[in-house]
Design a protein around this ligand. Structure first.
Ligand code: PMT
Length: 409
């Protein structure tokens, strides 16, 4: 009864895979969950509400008002009641409506009122699934915090073979179970994460910066929050967005602003992960007006060192706090990373090298080696930044029993 007492809203839409939602309902109930089904008008063409209400033990909701007595079905109440919402099967149409907030049926209004985490298991023909529009909508939903359960490959309703089959109910139930057990691993843990580049102003229109996109730090923030942590994300300029309710985002521009925000927050944190690419130097003076170009003449900028945020946090770190830094290297990687870990008093350092294709700045992927103060070393293959974030969290918090050290205060 691993889902005992969990309130799950199951959204069913108009796909041939709707028959699988009956099996999913049974599995969730067997594992102890209470299931409230919300079905779209098209969903009812594929499976009857009678079947679903018999399995869930609750009337299936489809319309805004009950046809008999005109009672209003409150999507707001459902949003508060649920511990989790899953849309399975999720058609291309429903995914599009979710991504753009087109609230023309009860399922979408419920989604828009949802306070709990949302999952979606797409089901459609392979060409519809790989269409740029569907992929764009899925990307929007991922950024909005919806967890997409990838469809499987196999024979589709069209008799074509390819990716688009809704994942099997047993696997979906297992994913939801894992979510509830795993989602609490970092419960009550407060984690500070720095991300992105810093911009150091030269004049009102120019700055010194670097190529960091923020992807690595944002992936860490999402992963920590998904596992139950309260995250404070201090980020330099980045076009990325996130919406997890357990992530508080503070935007800064320069290294000095990031330094001030991090130092102020750190005493109240259990851990800090410093993935930002902080400018080591800034112009000594910032011109008040735009520096004019003078034909044939160069200009000289004098740079002055910025504060080292990692070293400052290392110096003030308590025994019940964990400090994890990154090292971005181009040569002599491991010795440089070890030196940085020592100098900045870090517990772990995550090394990525610009010599590895697909690693470092801007990519959706990274390839890292995690080095610990105790002399341990773990190297990982090239994988997405979210997967890299998972490995980092598993290594620094779950492995080695560090979690009990930082959470016992
Ligand atoms: O943002 P992305 O495009 O996803 O790219 C990710 C990344 C490449 C930026 C990230 O994976 C990474 O490697 N971040 C650290 C980059 C860096 O500045 O490394 P460093 O070796 O110069 O710094 C070592 C450590 O000290 C880092 O934890 C850094 O945050 C910290 N530092 C550095 C300078 C400074 N003044 N203050 C600091 O806190």
């Amino acid at each position: 009864m691993s889902l005992k007492g969990k309130h799950i809203v199951l959204g069913v839409t108009g796909s041939i895979a709707a028959y699988k939602s009956a099996l999913l309902t049974r599995l969730l109930i067997k594992k102890g969950a209470e299931v409230q089904i919300v079905i779209t008008p098209a969903g009812k063409e594929f499976i009857t509400p009678v079947t679903l209400s018999a399995l869930s033990g609750k009337p299936v909701i489809s319309e805004f008002f009950a046809s008999g007595d005109g009672t209003w079905h409150s999507h707001v109440d459902l949003g508060l009641w649920a511990d989790l919402m899953i849309v399975a099967p999720a058609t291309a149409s429903t995914l599009g409506k979710m991504a753009h907030g087109i609230a023309d049926n009860m399922l979408i209004t419920t989604y828009l009122s949802m306070k709990a985490p949302v999952f979606a298991a797409p089901a459609m023909d392979l060409d519809m699934f790989r269409h740029v529009t569907t992929q764009r909508n899925l990307e929007i939903l991922r950024k909005d915090g919806v967890q997409i359960i990838e469809p499987a490959e196999g024979e589709l309703a069209s008799h074509l073979e390819g990716k688009g089959r809704m994942e099997e109910p047993e696997k979906i139930a297992a994913i939801l179970e894992k979510f509830f057990t795993q989602g609490t691993e970092l419960d009550k843990i407060k984690i500070l994460i720095t991300a992105g580049p810093t911009y150091e102003r030269i004049d009102p229109v120019r700055f010194i910066g670097n190529f960091s996109s923020g992807k690595m730090g944002f992936a860490l923030a999402e992963e920590c929050a998904a596992r139950g942590a309260e995250v404070l994300l201090i980020t330099g300029p980045s076009s990325l967005s996130l919406s997890h309710p357990r992530i508080r985002r503070v935007n800064v521009e320069s290294a000095r602003e990031m330094h001030a925000a991090a130092l102020q927050a750190f005493p109240g944190m259990n851990a800090a992960i410093l993935s930002a690419a902080v400018a080591d130097y800034r112009p000594e003076t910032v011109a008040e007006h735009k520096i004019k170009r003078t034909e044939g003449e160069g200009i000289t900028l004098t740079l002055t060192p910025n504060p080292d945020i990692a070293a400052a946090l290392g110096a003030m770190k308590r025994a019940d706090q964990l400090l994890i830094g990154f090292a971005l290297e181009t040569d002599d990687e491991e010795p440089n990373a070890l030196r940085k870990m020592e100098k900045k008093k870090l517990d772990f350092i995550v090394l990525n090298s610009l010599r590895d294709k697909g690693a470092g700045f801007g990519h959706d992927t990274n390839k890292v080696t995690i080095l610990s103060r105790n002399g341990e070393k773990q190297s990982f293959e090239l994988q997405t930044k979210r997967e890299t974030a998972k490995e980092i969290i598993d290594t620094v918090f779950i492995g080695d029993g560090h979690l009990s050290r930082i959470s016992c205060s």
